[in-house]
Ligand binder design. Structure first.
Ligand SMILES: [Zn+2]
Length: 382
């Protein structure tokens, strides 16, 4: 019994913390540079936004400051981040392979059980999505004076006004990483919308009922169900996220889109060919043609560096190719990756952009102005 009890304590108690600590680390060898007063004041003047973090997957209470992982409310405020997109992951294959995975295995079932998520989440991808959205709402209820979930144009407008007088607040927006969480039912999309989701990625690490993944076995284009989902996403005023889509699925998304397409977190092939999902020049141009955004990732197979230099190189490449209105940040904080700094140290990136010679207007757009503009114009009215 004692042994069983100990095993249970280790499994339910220590493991989640240990697992997260080992997954969401800081890349070694990144010096935290001193920020000069003028750069600090520039950073404080910006509206900073990030298109992707997986913080809801882990068991930390985001209302409390932690000493591990990358994001919590306190660190978003410390980093002067106005808006963080919180993505929801519901299924990932074991032994992840960047080039080929099937849907036969799943890591998240064990994680859900080990983290003592409700039983309804153990065998339902849809319930996993709903549960993680509930977690974010619980954070909002716990610290309403510090954090707000944005769902409409009105929410964003009132939040930005509120923030002018109270800069020590931050906001979040829900996104889904892989619409296998719909479990094949279009009605479930409306339920996710009601739960607060505003960005929907069609596929994640494996091909699903909607279309192919860049890391899938077949990498096909969009299915009939996928078409219906894209149509309904756009009717509801949500955004399609093309990150992780197979090249053919991406083509299909571009041809169906009537709204800006987001690639919430990605690398750039010309800078870093390490991952099959990093965007080609043509894909970057296609995203820009929809009026969309390319969120530049902070992790090593996005930028081919473990430091900030690859991030800045990728940003510069997109600016030179399609102009400064289509680039955004897509850190992948807490996404089972190593990044050069946590949310609290976002000023490190502002500092690097200043040093790289970007002007203040460009820095404002890159660091979040573009993302805030698109959300202000395209979130649902109410
Ligand atoms: Zn991802």
């Amino acid at each position: 019994m004692l042994i069983l009890g100990l095993a249970a304590a280790v499994f339910f108690g220590l493991t989640p913390r240990y697992v997260e600590k080992s997954r969401n680390r800081l890349a070694l060898g990144n010096a935290r540079l001193e920020i000069t007063a003028p750069v600090k004041s520039l950073h404080q003047s910006l509206l900073i936004a990030d298109l992707h973090s997986d913080s809801l997957l882990w068991n930390r209470n985001l209302a409390n400051k932690s000493d591990y992982g990358h994001v919590d409310i306190a660190r978003l405020i410390e980093g002067h981040i106005s808006l963080q997109v919180f993505s929801v992951v519901t299924k990932t294959p074991k032994d992840l392979n960047p080039h080929r995975n099937t849907d036969e295995t799943d890591n998240i079932t064990l994680l859900a059980i080990a983290q003592r998520w409700p039983i309804r989440t153990w065998f339902s991808l849809f319930e996993r999505a709903i549960y993680q959205a509930e977690k974010l709402h619980r954070v909002e209820n716990a610290v309403p004076n510090k954090f707000q979930i944005i769902k409409t144009k009105y929410d964003l407008h009132t939040y930005l006004n509120r923030r002018k007088n109270t800069p020590q607040i931050t906001a979040g927006l829900l996104s889904l990483e892989g619409a296998h969480a719909l479990e094949g039912k279009l009605d479930n999309l409306d339920r996710l919308f009601a739960a607060g989701f505003r960005i929907i990625g069609l596929s994640h690490f494996f091909d699903n009922e909607l279309g192919g993944s860049a890391h899938g076995a077949k990498k096909d284009g969009i299915t009939e169900f996928g078409r219906k989902v894209v149509k309904r996403i756009q009717e509801l005023g949500m955004f399609v996220d093309a990150a992780h889509a197979s090249p053919q699925l991406m083509e299909d998304i571009f041809s169906l889109s009537t709204r800006p397409v987001l690639v919430t977190h990605t690398g750039i092939q010309a800078i870093c060919p390490l991952s099959p999902r990093n965007l080609t020049d043509k894909q970057i141009q296609q995203v820009a043609n929809t009026g969309g955004l390319i969120g530049i990732g902070f992790w090593p197979t996005a930028s081919c560096t473990v430091d900030i230099t690859g991030v800045v190189r990728s940003i510069r490449y997109v600016v030179e190719l399609v102009g400064e209105d289509h680039v955004a940040l897509g850190s992948d904080f807490d996404g089972n990756v190593q990044v050069p700094f946590t949310a609290a140290d976002m000023a490190q990136l502002t500092n690097s952009l200043v040093k790289a010679g970007f002007n203040q207007q460009q820095i404002g757009k890159i660091m979040g102005g573009n993302q805030i503009r698109i959300l202000s114009n395209f979130l649902p009215n109410n």
